[in-house]
Ligand binder design. Sequence first.
Ligand code: GLA
Length: 380
Amino acid sequence: MLKEAFQKIFGAAPELEIRAPGRVNLIGEHTDYNNGFVLPAAIDRFVGFAGRKRADRTVRAHALDFSDAAEFSLDSIQRDDRHSWSNYLRGVSKLLEESGHRLQGADIVVGGTVPREAGLSSSAAMEVGAVAFWQKLISFELDPVAAVKLARRAENEFVGVPCGIMDQFISALGREQHALFLDCRDLKYRHVPLKGEVKIVICNSGVKRALAHSEYEVRVKQCQEAVDQFRKMGVQAESLRDVKFGDLIQHGKHLDKIVLKRATHVVTENDRVREAVKMLEQGDLKYFGKLMYDSHKSLREDYEVSSPELDTLVDLARLQRGVLGARMTGAGFGGCTVNLVERDAADAFAVAVREGYQKALGLKADIYVCETSNGALSPA
Ligand code: GLA
């Protein structure tokens, strides 16, 4: 599809095509920027780039999903909020140039199947896709983890969103039929097989994540505040990753109430991720599913980033046959839930949740029955 679009727009075939996947986080929410643990999987929804070199330093990019085009010079890369989708490509291009990779002008068509503004990391897929695209076009290769860091910096410094590293990491380094267990402190990771006859089913609440941006920043600050308060009480912690459950019990009563709730989520969530990885490795999907429900409860009550729509989707999921676990996924305040469902029950699950959601709230939920996929920078 990209190829045909490229041919139509630029009147020639593209030199190359690459794609980067979106992601769903199975467990470990709001832990990445606390140096904690996450367990995401790359999904079979992609952002693709088709392109060819130009003789000059101009980048001309068309975004199929926005029916929009943007142009910039590699010699002076600025943000452009009239074509905000292009900022991911601009940011990555700028950082690559600054780190000594001389790029060359290009004609590009970008488009894909990752639902936008749904919390499935279409922006991280754009950033990682942009790195993969330039690598292939100009023939250089970054160490994959260095590439992930650069993609994240594009989001933090150029686009201006203070996200953690999870989304770029999984879009780059995911593996088919596996989740990825990542320690966000030292960036050590391992792929954990998704055993058993299960499917990942994603339910999109259809509610745009209006508060996501501002409230996300508030949570980041509250976590820092929690660390400061724990340190004042003598707990040796550089981040909430270092705070133990026992510290919550021992010092909790001296902490600001909201800050204690935020810390409680992060500390217990980190424990749940480690436990969940064990369960996945032992093939105990039932217990894994229980941890997903617990995670949702903690996000709803302690971290307060769920929404009535997400809660309804999780409650509906619980009632269905073959469901092992369900929770909101991503930053929250709208977006999606992730559900682990027995393979042969997945289609009926999708129908029942869609109907139930319509009945309960009069809203339409898009449901994606997903497979896992490889990341854009995964070593072959
Ligand atoms: C967003 C951010 C991630 C992570 C999640 C919450 O997706 O981009 O870095 O913090 O929210 O787990």
